[in-house]
Design a binder for this molecule. Structure first.
Ligand SMILES: C[S@@+](CC[C@H](N)C(=O)[O-])C[C@H]1O[C@@H](n2cnc3c(N)ncnc32)[C@H](O)[C@@H]1O
Length: 236
């Protein structure tokens, strides 16, 4: 486990790790669980928009997580925001407040966007944030894509600004490349991230340099492996 006052990164199974977290001690679970669609992510390969980048098969994406994991997420947190909520309706309660993320994908057979469940009682909201292979909303400040199902930092920051406050504690039990953590760091939220798969525990180094997390990680893990310049692979 990597720990600081504000950022805790855990390598492990989120079911087991969440059992150690007290009831309602987390302000917000903000997460992006496996959708169970056996992703083989080739970004925007079916359009002329961008060259595809092949991240290989996502072995962890064969099934949706067990109900017990969702029960733990609801037990430990006061509120929840869950990407791909439409894949998990059997586990979720009715809510007036879903978010539609319009990916501004162009004309192709990819989904126009994603449905994000929230436990909040406000209204449905929409965010338009382009995320189509190499084409991103903020082309001058692009996210480095290192994970097959990585989400944009801009979308995470938009969500955090609307649905959480500075100083609150955010948990992402399916951390992937740590996008939620980077957004939390940039917006002064405490962050706990859990990721089971060492190989996909990639950290966006550029964002981390900007936010200062890298000093912390290197300090605690001098044997960190630097891969292709921008990506850190963390094996604990
Ligand atoms: C959809 S991805 C998250 C991507 C992330 N939002 C990002 O921007 O990089 C889901 C992640 O959950 C991880 N995972 C799957 N089962 C898990 C478990 N039981 N505990 C912790 N992590 C798990 C997978 O390895 C994968 O990296």
């Amino acid at each position: 486990m990597l720990n600081s006052d504000r950022i805790t990164l855990i390598h492990g199974d989120c079911l087991e790790e969440m059992k150690k977290i007290p009831d309602k001690s987390i302000d917000l679970v903000l997460t992006d669980p496996p959708y169970g669609i056996d992703s083989h992510s080739k970004n925007a390969s079916r359009s002329n928009l961008a060259v595809a980048k092949d991240y290989g098969k996502c072995e962890w994406d064969k099934n949706i997580p067990e109900k017990r994991i969702f029960s733990e997420m609801f037990r430990v947190s006061k509120n929840q925001i869950i990407f791909g909520g439409n894949y998990f309706v059997e586990y979720l309660k009715n809510s007036p407040c879903w978010i539609f993320w319009d990916k501004d994908n162009g004309n192709n057979d990819f989904a126009d966007g994603e449905l994000i469940y929230t436990s909040f009682s406000s209204s449905v909201r929409k965010i338009k944030w382009r995320w189509a292979g190499m084409l991103q909303e903020d082309m001058k400040n692009k996210d480095i894509r290192v994970h097959p199902t990585q989400k944009p930092r801009g979308v995470l920051k938009w969500i955090l600004e609307k649905y959480s406050n500075k100083g609150q504690t955010i948990l992402d039990p399916f951390m992937g490349s740590g996008t939620t953590g980077v957004a939390c760091k940039e917006l002064n939220r405490n962050f706990i991230g859990i990721e089971i798969n060492c190989c996909v525990l990639y950290i966006n180094a550029i964002a981390l340099v900007i936010t200062g997390i890298i000093d912390y990680l290197v300090a605690f893990f001098p044997s960190f492996n630097v891969v292709i310049g921008y990506t850190f692979t963390v094996c604990i």
